[in-house]
Ligand binder design. Structure first.
Ligand code: FA5
Length: 376
């Protein structure tokens, strides 16, 4: 910027001459009009209205003018800059409107097109849970065995030492399948919906020569009402090992391995005496509560919802295979012994994932299954 000069005349300063200011303004307006995109307009803005544009530089010259000349020069430059800014704002609005209109066309979504992206389904958490348990045994060398859901009474009860008048038959409320009337008394068919997976024990022993190591996951049926802790159709997983020299220690070790694989290395199990006609001795199997690890017992400061502060969670039934079952299936109990256990998958899913109501598992609502993720 030039130093103040008392005899300074703006019309004598080249940059402040009227025709120079007009030219700068016209060049700016032409550049804005020629800008065909917002990027091009930004470049024109820097060139014609930025801090180093001709008009901005001319504006700086005003400071060096004598006071009487400042007003006129300031007015001339100010009017030119005002016109430039106005043109810039107008062109900016025009180009933005063009861009928005173009985007509306280019990015339009036809909501009437057929919906072709059906969300991929995932298997039910009960299925993945059951497979996860079965995998533990498969990795130990066990074989998966299956049996029919509509089962002969003989396999469901008789082969398992439930004699016809045995009170144990009343332990499980059974769906009896009706046969054709007239041909067979009042329609009794000797066929039931299996009430547990244990008949697969008998089928496996009849199918194979010992040693037998099988794991049997499957659906079972009982005439229970559907409520928070029961369902008439549920799932069990059964384990059967028959070999020479098997003892309760093998049973306990196998169960410990299962809970450690599923819940963590510090897990263990305990056995409580129970009765099942097909195992002798029989036991109820509990596992250490995997949440509190037993620390909630007698400790009101650390209550545990998962085990109700009992320290243990009941898993299912187990025992040494009753020699009568071995005999019924043609296996020599003098040579072979075996162990078996079975438990409910719904129950395991409940405590493993804090599901409070078993009905959620059967209603098929994806809001229940989604949080379990997409295990294929
Ligand atoms: C049995 O069914 C035996 N077969 C288990 C067994 C196998 C014992 C091998 C010894 C050797 P129980 O009736 O207790 O046992 O049922 C086993 C599990 O099924 C229960 O612990 C429970 O988790 C589950 N269960 C029983 N009834 C229902 C039901 N209505 N809804 C959901 N789960 C159930």
């Amino acid at each position: 910027m030039s130093a103040p000069n008392k005899s300074y005349d703006p019309v004598e300063v080249e940059a402040l001459k009227p025709e120079a200011i007009e030219r700068m303004r016209d060049e700016a307006l032409a550049a804005f009009a020629a800008a065909d995109s917002l990027d091009a307009l930004q470049e024109a803005k820097v060139a014609h209205s930025g801090g180093t544009s001709p008009l901005a530089l001319a504006n700086r010259e005003i400071g060096a003018l004598p006071p009487h000349a400042k007003a006129e020069a300031g007015k001339r430059v100010g009017m030119a800059r005002g016109a430039v800014n106005k043109a810039l704002t107008a062109r900016q609005a025009e180009l933005e409107a063009e861009r928005d209109a173009r985007m509306l066309v280019e990015e339009a979504v036809d909501v009437t097109l057929p919906y072709d992206r059906v969300p991929a389904g995932a298997r039910h958490p009960l299925t993945t849970m059951m497979e996860r348990v079965a995998d533990v045994f498969v990795s130990m060398g066990y074989e998966i065995a299956e049996g029919p859901e509509v089962e002969a009474e003989w396999f469901n009860f008789d082969a398992l030492n439930f004699t016809p008048d045995h009170p144990a038959r009343q332990m499980q409320d059974t769906f009896f399948v009706q046969g054709p009337k007239g041909s067979d008394g009042d329609g009794e068919s000797g066929v039931v919906l299996r009430t547990h997976t244990s008949p697969v024990q008998a089928r496996s022993l009849l199918d194979r020569e010992p040693p037998v190591y099988v794991v049997c996951p499957g659906r079972v049926f009982r005439t229970d009402e559907l409520d928070a802790t029961h369902t008439p159709v549920f799932h069990q997983i059964e384990l059967l090992a028959v070999d020479e020299g098997l003892t309760m220690a093998d049973l306990k070790g196998t169960m410990d391995h299962m809970v450690q694989s599923l819940f963590g290395p510090e897990m263990t199990t305990r056995l409580r005496p129970n009765y099942f006609p097909f195992t002798e001795p029989s036991a109820e199997m509990d596992m250490l509560c995997y949440v509190c690890k037993g620390e909630s017992v007698g400790n009101p400061d650390r209550p545990c919802r998962t085990c109700s502060s009992e320290g243990w969670i009941e898993l299912g039934g187990c025992g040494m295979v009753n020699p009568r079952v071995l005999i019924a299936c043609g296996v020599d109990p003098e040579k072979y012994s075996g162990f078996a256990f079975g438990f409910g998958i719904e129950r395991m899913l409940m405590f493993r994932h804090n599901v409070e109501d078993m009905r959620d598992m059967v209603e098929g609502d994806v809001r229940f299954t989604r949080p379990f993720g997409m295990e294929i």
